[in-house]
Design a protein around this ligand. Structure first.
Ligand SMILES: Cc1ncc(COP(=O)(O)O)c(C=O)c1O
Length: 406
């Protein structure tokens, strides 16, 4: 039927969105900061050097000359782009070598690489799940996992963070005849805590659920770099492991590892693999070389954890909170969302780069993270700068007193 009234103009919402421009006007906009160069542990911005405590470059391999040489070599041999999907024209022997070596390292029979970690999660979840299935997802799981479930059309259920009893209650409520996949992070990207895999896999086994672990932040960090499943000796109990190359492996790309059968299926069902150009040759060679360095030099993984322990100790002595972190990701509690950006801005001026986190991403905090290649002097300076913020000490006191009241 003819409708005389005008439909609303979608673009009218642009003018109404002022949250970001308000921060820009206040000089407190913390996003899209252009960096003029980076050496791993330090970055350059507006002519100044900052200590980088906001990256996921856990092993510092983005600055490794061997990784650079491999990327350059691949660029010269294969060109600058794969120019298409692996399915058709964008597959190279490099992609397949990376898959074979990664699967072997993770202790899984097979792996498939995709162009980002985000696409690996979308591909694994939307490739596997259908609208008839249930996806039971940790409340703090990464956004890409939730997006993958949404894309699949599966029914989404959340369970309380890292809570095996909560998972049990959620699984108990599902219809007996419904297939179910439990979805967790290995190391949580905002908290830096490790998934309670022994308890969670036991519940999965009891309730006939498969489990996928996104080990973006466990790869390169736990168990000589093999990640969370290996850390607990539970690789056989984890059905699918997804990883990204954009953190410890100093590149761009991601992968899903599992049984031969699972990987074969996903290679023909994951639309984010089939309908997107493959990792560039340079990215593939960089990830492959970083993986080989990680295997040959597992001391890098102990170094990054030792560096983070030093910071955790230093911050505790300075009265600054570190959440439940036991990994290179250390969340520092802040008083409130409003104060977060002012503190962040002072830290940048003092030469320390951290990530301010605001709702809805998570409760307000400064997300700090550390590298094997940070020097002790750099780390001690970071502790000094954070410790000089009275509001961070007050926030830690508040967290401690509410924990003791609970
Ligand atoms: C837990 C987790 N999974 C997946 C991703 C996505 O990885 P990528 O940056 O390679 O797309 C990230 C990155 O932020 C992550 O933290």
């Amino acid at each position: 039927m003819f409708n005389a009234s005008e439909p609303p103009d979608l673009f009218s919402r642009f003018a109404g969105y002022t949250a970001a421009s308000d921060l820009m006007k206040a000089g407190l906009y913390p996003y899209f900061l252009p960096l003029a160069g980076q050496e791993g542990a330090t970055v350059r911005r507006s002519g100044r050097e900052l200590i980088m405590c906001g990256s996921n470059n856990y092993l510092g391999l983005t600055a490794d000359p061997r990784v650079h040489a491999a990327a350059r070599g691949a660029l010269e041999r294969y060109g600058s782009s794969s120019t298409g999907s692996r399915f058709l024209n964008g597959n190279t022997d490099l992609h397949e070598e990376l898959e074979a070596e990664l699967a072997d390292f993770l202790g899984k029979p097979a792996a498939v690489v995709l162009s980002t970690g985000y696409q690996a999660n979308l591909g694994a979840l939307a490739g596997l799940l259908t609208a008839r299935d249930y996806a039971v997802v940790d409340r703090d799981a990464h956004a890409s996992l939730v997006d993958g479930v949404r894309l699949s059309g599966a029914k989404l259920r959340r369970f309380p963070h890292n809570d095996a009893e909560g998972l049990r209650r959620t699984l108990e409520q599902l219809p007996d005849d419904a297939a179910r996949l439990v979805i967790v992070d290995g190391v949580y990207s905002m908290e830096g805590d490790i998934c309670d895999l022994p308890a969670l896999t036991a519940v999965c086994a009891q309730y006939g659920a498969r489990i996928l672990v996104d080990d973006a932040h466990g790869l390169g960090v736990l168990a000589g770099g093999r990640g969370t499943a290996a850390h607990f000796g539970l690789t056989d109990q984890v059905d699918l492991i997804t990883v990204t190359f954009s953190k410890s492996l100093a590149s761009l790309g991601g992968a899903v590892a599992g049984s031969e059968e699972a990987v074969h299926y996903l290679k023909h069902k994951a639309r984010s693999l089939m309908f997107s150009a493959s990792m560039t040759p340079a990215s593939t060679a960089a990830a492959l070389t970083a993986l080989r360095i990680l295997r040959a030099e597992p001391h890098l993984t102990t170094a990054v954890r030792a560096k983070a322990d030093r910071v955790r100790r230093g911050l505790a002595e300075a009265g600054v909170g570190t959440g439940d972190s036991t990994t290179p990701i250390i969340p520092v509690p802040v008083p409130d969302a409003q104060g977060t950006l002012a503190i962040w801005e002072r830290l940048i001026r003092a030469g320390v780069y951290v990530n301010p986190v605001l709702p809805p991403a998570a409760t307000p905090r400064l997300r700090t993270s550390y590298m094997a290649t940070h020097t002790h002097d750099q780390l001690d300076r970071v502790v000094e700068v954070l410790g000089a913020e009275p509001e961070l000490r007050r926030a830690a006191e508040r967290v401690a007193s509410s924990a003791s009241a609970a």
